[in-house]
Write a new protein. Structure first.
Length: 618
């Protein structure tokens, strides 16, 4: 069958070359549009159910919210672990699914079971799903700073919530933009219990009066002068005076009792559970951009940068948006390093091939097919959804040394057969004779080379048996190496014979007259003769060398993955339970100020408490 493929390729050379052009174009397009990230996403497929129960103690939240939700989620199909966490006023339920479960199928099933669980929850408690993101979805963080003193923390938070956050959520690939720090404005009504008692007004009546008064009423229409006019009763609260004027009852004389008679109305900050600080200089407001599951991290970050540059033009005077974490820089460095290594490896391989063949045209066969095999691997990577990261690109880098074997052996065998044919004929071969010799040389070693490359490809199959995090880490490497080797095997029996027919022309230097080959033979032959003469001693020496590796092997440490020099350090100290937010804020600022004193530190962005997102692990 392999010989038939070789013959078919040689007989349909135009179609083979056309396929090369199409594959090269498709591979280049895939390379330019493939998703980029620094490392593979090792997170489990998980769905987070987030519930707010304001003002309730953790034990109450556990009994009335977390426990009913957790027990309901145990029945979700393909859910392997369900974890519930209860905090002051907050409940989190993490549903972790089996590997290879589709994220959006899992979310739909959780939503289905959530409808059943709602009946068991307290009135007014509405659980919601967290964003469709993973544990490594925090790709960009920024701070809003005003060093002029014109805007306070409440105004900075309002700018973040109403001007910055919503435009960022329109960027492709962004799942959520979480706000953190600053103060959220709210209307506060501080009731005077003595005044309520004096007027005989219960607190529930005050609450109902406020709810009832913040409302527009719609009527029908009135027709006047051939025109219809809508009838509306305007009642939405616009200012503090509107709240103060709300009637909550009447006294014995029939005089309305207004809210300002029994309570103090003011604008104040909402209870907050998160604070951010920059460089030890004081509090700021900030935002966290969370990437959608499975999206292109680099493209998402580029979109966020572009959108922030647009938003900066409309910010109030003195307000700045300062990036404090940008994973795009890490991705760019990691991918650029690997791309450079791949290019250098390709150049070195091609130079060495040319050095040992001493035939420029023959070297072009390798120069063309090696990048083509890499581009073919990118086609399959993009089709399968594997992003380009240090592991997937590393698989291609590992494969390059093996990918050239088929081409080198093919070219060397063609050199040998062409030399013998010229020696027999004692004249230059005709075009037809040269193609016949190329075909014979290709068929002679084609089957062996094809299956030898496939054997190398199959050698990585055990990696596909890995599960959980180790499987998610190493499977991209195994996939890309297998794709590259499979592409090289296919090109060996299709494209390489055709290219050899076009490029292997002119004077061919015999192997024995090649200086590089002669030098290697000069070194290799005596060593081989010595090893064959002293066979027993050679085997004993080999066993001793093998045994000598056992001790250092037993002393070598191990870790899941090597440290990644990202350039960003996460320092996460723990305090005693129950620390107040005021004391924690003081501790945070002192810590940031100390860290900022190191000359290597560009900036320090500190956070205590939680951001307003279900993905915050704090």
């Amino acid at each position: 069958m392999i010989n038939a493929i070789i013959n078919g390729s040689l007989n349909n050379r135009f179609m083979v070359l056309l396929a090369v052009v199409v594959l090269a174009a498709a591979g280049y397009w895939s390379f330019k549009n493939i998703s980029l990230d620094a490392i593979p996403d090792l997170s489990d497929v998980q769905v987070i159910v987030f519930t707010e129960y304001p003002g309730q103690a953790p034990q109450v939240v556990e009994d009335q919210v977390t426990y009913p939700l957790t027990t309901a989620m145990l029945a979700v199909p393909h859910a392997k672990v369900v974890r519930g966490y209860s905090f002051f006023g907050l409940s989190f339920v993490y549903i972790i699914f089996e590997d290879d479960t589709d994220m959006y199928w899992a979310r739909s099933r959780v939503l289905e079971y959530l409808n059943y669980a709602n009946e068991r929850l307290p009135q007014g408690v509405n659980p919601s799903l967290g964003p469709d993101a993973t544990g490594v979805g925090w790709v960009y963080e920024y701070a809003l700073v005003d060093r002029t003193g014109k805007h306070d923390l409440a105004q900075l938070r309002s700018i973040q919530d109403w001007y910055v956050r919503y435009p960022l959520q329109t960027v492709s690939g962004v799942s959520e933009v979480a706000s953190v720090g600053g103060y959220v404005k709210q209307y506060q009504v501080e009731v005077n219990p003595n005044a309520l008692l004096a007027y005989g007004i219960p607190l529930s009546k005050v609450k109902y009066a406020i709810q009832r008064s913040n409302n527009d009423v719609g009527g029908r229409v009135v027709e006047m002068a051939e025109t219809e006019y809508m009838v509306r009763g305007l009642g939405y609260i616009q200012s503090l005076d509107d709240i103060r004027s709300i009637p909550v009852g009447v006294d014995a004389n029939g005089t309305p009792i207004r809210l300002e008679d029994v309570a103090q109305v003011q604008i104040g900050p909402e209870l907050r559970r998160g604070v951010v600080e920059l460089n030890g200089e004081g509090e700021v407001a900030g935002g966290i951009v969370i990437m959608r599951y499975g999206d292109n991290a680099q493209a998402t970050i580029l979109g966020v940068r572009e959108k922030l540059n647009e938003l900066k033009q409309g910010l109030p005077e003195g307000v700045e948006i300062i990036p404090v974490y940008d994973r795009g820089a890490l991705i760019e460095r990691a991918v650029a390093t690997l791309n450079t290594a791949l290019i250098q490896e390709l150049i070195i391989v091609c130079v060495l091939v040319g050095l040992f063949l001493l035939h420029l045209r023959s070297s072009l066969v390798i120069v063309i097919t090696l990048p083509l095999a890499v581009l073919m691997a990118f086609i399959v990577m993009r089709w399968q959804g594997i992003n380009a990261n240090i592991m997937s690109l590393g698989g291609i880098a590992i494969a390059i040394g093996d990918m050239v074997d088929g081409g080198i052996v093919m070219v060397e065998n063609a050199h040998k057969h062409l030399g013998e044919a010229v020696a027999r004929k004692k004249a230059e071969l005709t075009k037809k004779e040269r193609w016949q010799v190329i075909g014979k040389a290709s068929r002679e070693v084609g089957s062996s080379l094809f299956f030898s490359l496939l054997i190398i490809t199959v050698s990585f199959i055990p990696i596909f048996a890995m599960e959980a995090q180790e499987g998610r880490l190493f499977s991209p490497l195994a996939y890309t190496k297998s794709y590259a080797m499979a592409a090289a095997a296919i090109l060996t029996i299709t494209v390489i014979p055709v290219l050899m027919g076009y490029f292997i022309r002119g004077k061919i230097i015999p192997e024995k007259k090649n200086p590089a080959n002669r030098f290697l033979h000069f070194i290799h032959s005596p060593i081989l003769k010595l090893a064959m003469r002293w066979r027993a001693a050679t085997l004993v020496l080999a066993m001793l060398l093998l045994a000598s590796t056992l001790y250092p092997l037993s002393k070598i440490g191990s870790e899941f993955m090597p440290p990644l020099d990202e350039g960003d350090i996460l320092y996460m100290p723990s305090t005693f339970p129950g620390i107040s937010i005021t004391k924690a804020k003081e501790l945070l600022q002192q810590t940031d100020k100390i860290i900022k004193t190191f000359p290597e530190v560009h900036h320090v962005f500190g956070k205590i408490g939680r951001a307003e997102t279900a993905t915050d692990p704090a």
